[in-house]
Design a binder for this molecule. Sequence first.
Ligand SMILES: *Cc1c(COP(=O)(O)O)cnc(C)c1O
Length: 453
Amino acid sequence: MTHTTAQLQTWDKQYVWHPFTQMQDWLADDPIVIVKGEGSWLIDSDGNRYLDGVASMWTNVHGHSHPELNRALAEQAAKIEHSTLLGLAGEQSILLAKRLVEITPPGLTRVFYSDNGSTAVEVGLKMAYQYHCHRGEPQRTRFLRLQHAYHGDTVGAMSVGGIPIYHATFSPLLFSTIEAPAPYCYRCPLGKDDPAACGMACLGELERLVQEHRGELAGMMLEPLLQGAGGMIVHPRGYLRGVRELCDRYGLLLITDEVATGFGRTGRMFACEHEEVSPDIMAISKGLCAGYLPLAATLATEKIYGAFLGNYAELKTFFHGHTFTGNPLACAVALKSLELFEENSLLAAVRQRSEQLALRLARLAQHPQVGNVRQCGLAAGVELVKGKHSKEPYPWEEKRGIRVCVAARKHGVFSRPLGNTVVVFPPLAISAAELDSLLTGLERAIGEVCGDG
Ligand SMILES: *Cc1c(COP(=O)(O)O)cnc(C)c1O
């Protein structure tokens, strides 16, 4: 039975509490109700079509309702939908783990499954801490993290987060971490205004913090190359490598969070590849299952895995696990997705689309209300400002980002901003023509909300 749009909207407002949403605003408006997806398009209950400008919260890879992924899902469902990894092994989780070890940066050899980005991060934090315990250094309880960092919304993941508007309310509940300056060159926290001349002073400051906290540090949590939720902040080339070298020099574990950057988003399979960095621990989720099902994993090196081996009574076991760990449906879809990467030469296509995106962004950068454009592969942020030369931000209460996204809907584009930063984060398989319309839609919306310049 199908329901009318009005009925669905009424029930949504009556029953659903939406994430990161002021429900009072939500209730004042009629939501778009999505009933269908086709490639890069979302289709609502009235048949309107929108380009999916945020890849359904940064998860979509090959497009919506992809026939081959649908088939892989149906075939697996006909075999078994779920069995546990507590006490049993599973065909699909074995095959996927083998494949993940093959394609992730060298040195990562073990795969620990969970079901979302936050849990993958939590697993990384607990793994890192327990590793130090096993090596007789239980005092290593603290983690370094960046300003503007986002690693998820569970309590541990928030503790390594650095976005005040999300995290400040909960700060009394969080464990204490050490904040390092973000390599956010447009608004350099160290007040350097020339990224070519500063010699990455932020790395120097990071080293000072490492020295200051030496004996108590377990590791550093980092989104490599691109801080997504913090505002699509793109790090200068060499920063990641610099962090890796610092971690090596001071015996810290480097935990990279590739939840947003993993699976082709940056033009390589993983962001770490751009700087030939291998982390000690790596969290992956969003693109892993191509946007189909909640699936995540935390990969670790043999050295870390080995530290957990011992007699039962030594209690070296990694005491962590989630009910849906290694879910066969999700693993089967993830495996098929990785096959499609090869079959469709998707990474090469992403690099082409990224060049196309760069050209359009260069034009957008001329707009008087665009302060900065930042791009990493097929992810970009367009930071809107009140004053181009002063870099004065629009007051957040003006909701410029949100207003641009609302205006974009009339042009057939769905997007979601990060504060005053307009986001471009389409399905990786988006066509050249679709990417063009997406950018035209956003450009028009920016003109309508911030003036045509
Ligand atoms: C989205 C995101 C997370 C959290 O993932 P959830 O699945 O929403 O818990 C963690 N880290 C990064 C970098 C992300 O972009």
